[in-house]
Design a protein around this ligand. Structure first.
Ligand SMILES: Cc1cc2nc3c(=O)[nH]c(=O)nc-3n(C[C@H](O)[C@H](O)[C@H](O)COP(=O)(O)OP(=O)(O)OC[C@H]3O[C@@H](n4cnc5c(N)ncnc54)[C@H](O)[C@@H]3O)c2cc1C
Length: 249
């Protein structure tokens, strides 16, 4: 883990309030694993860095995707090509590779770290979103890296109507593991289906965090191995350890 001063190569909107940020960061790209994240110092007036999942590490570039939700991400959206950003990373453990083909299952901004997993692992993707507009740019981002793309939309405006958990039981027979990132309620449902079918499942959490280095404990979660820090011990956990037993509901 290091601090890098990196140049912005592009920072462009790809959907409503969602931006793709590309950074010239060869050293960071070389040492990052899928599932890890970076902490971005958005501007001097922000004491806390903002965490974002690494979405791509090819060609000496690091990409992230972010949704504008507050002051930090709004400020980030105003950065222009040629500006420099102070980045801490790569942080966290990342996904553990496994044999066979992996089914990636993501919703919302949880799809960002899964894009990096699609780059690095033999995988297909199940994308969930509320509407067509929310998922089509993800579809084109994943297309070069996977063989199959499955899509569900809550409103039925694109592909299958419903949640990823409605489609998952029909397709998981072809895979040796499931990796998921997105809203916790979605990940819990995905984990239940995977574990019921005896498939290993890794879940990536995006808890609010402050230091990102394991010092402040603000992002701790309960696991069957005791309290764990999402920033340091995670963000990726074995689903059995966080959602196993009666935690699956
Ligand atoms: C490990 C990790 C990886 C992440 N990866 C991504 C990513 O790839 N893309 C992306 O868009 N976002 C990601 N996030 C969430 C992102 O860090 C927050 O959205 C961002 O810090 C908000 O900053 P802000 O100053 O704009 O908003 P703030 O003013 O801090 O908050 C505005 C709103 O956003 C909500 N919010 C803030 N932090 C989080 C969070 N961690 N999770 C959920 N809601 C939050 C707040 O509850 C509040 O409602 C990740 C978070 C973590 C912990």
């Amino acid at each position: 883990m290091n601090i890098f001063d990196v140049e912005i190569l592009s920072n462009e909107p790809v959907a409503d309030k969602i931006f793709r940020l590309t950074l010239d960061a060869p050293e960071l790209a070389k040492t990052s694993r899928a599932g890890q994240f970076i902490q971005v110092k958005v501007a001097d007036e922000f004491t806390l860095r903002r965490p974002f999942g690494i979405a791509s590490t090819t060609g000496g570039r690091v990409k992230i995707f972010y949704r504008v939700v507050g002051r930090g991400t709004y400020t980030l959206s105003k950065k222009v090509v040629g500006d420099y950003l102070d980045i801490l990373g790569a942080l966290g453990n990342g996904f553990t590779p496994c044999d066979g083909k992996i089914l990636l299952v993501g919703g919302g901004m949880g799809l960002a770290p899964l894009l990096c997993a699609a780059e690095q692992f033999n995988s297909d993707i199940l994308i969930g979103g509320r509407t067509k507009d929310e998922v089509t740019f993800w579809q084109s981002e994943f297309e070069p890296h996977v063989e199959k793309i499955f899509i569900t939309t809550d409103d039925g405006s694109y592909h299958k109507k419903g949640f990823v958990t409605d489609l998952l039981p029909e397709i998981l027979g072809d895979y040796s593991a499931v990796y998921t990132c997105g809203p916790e309620v979605m990940m819990r449902g995905v984990a239940r289906i995977a574990l019921d079918n005896n498939l290993p499942c890794q879940v990536s959490f995006e808890r609010r965090m402050a230091c990102g280095l394991g010092a402040c404990l603000s992002c701790s979660i309960d696991t069957s191995d005791g309290r764990k820090k999402v920033c340091k011990d995670g963000p990726v956990f074995d689903a059995q350890k966080v959602f196993g037993g009666d935690k699956l509901g």
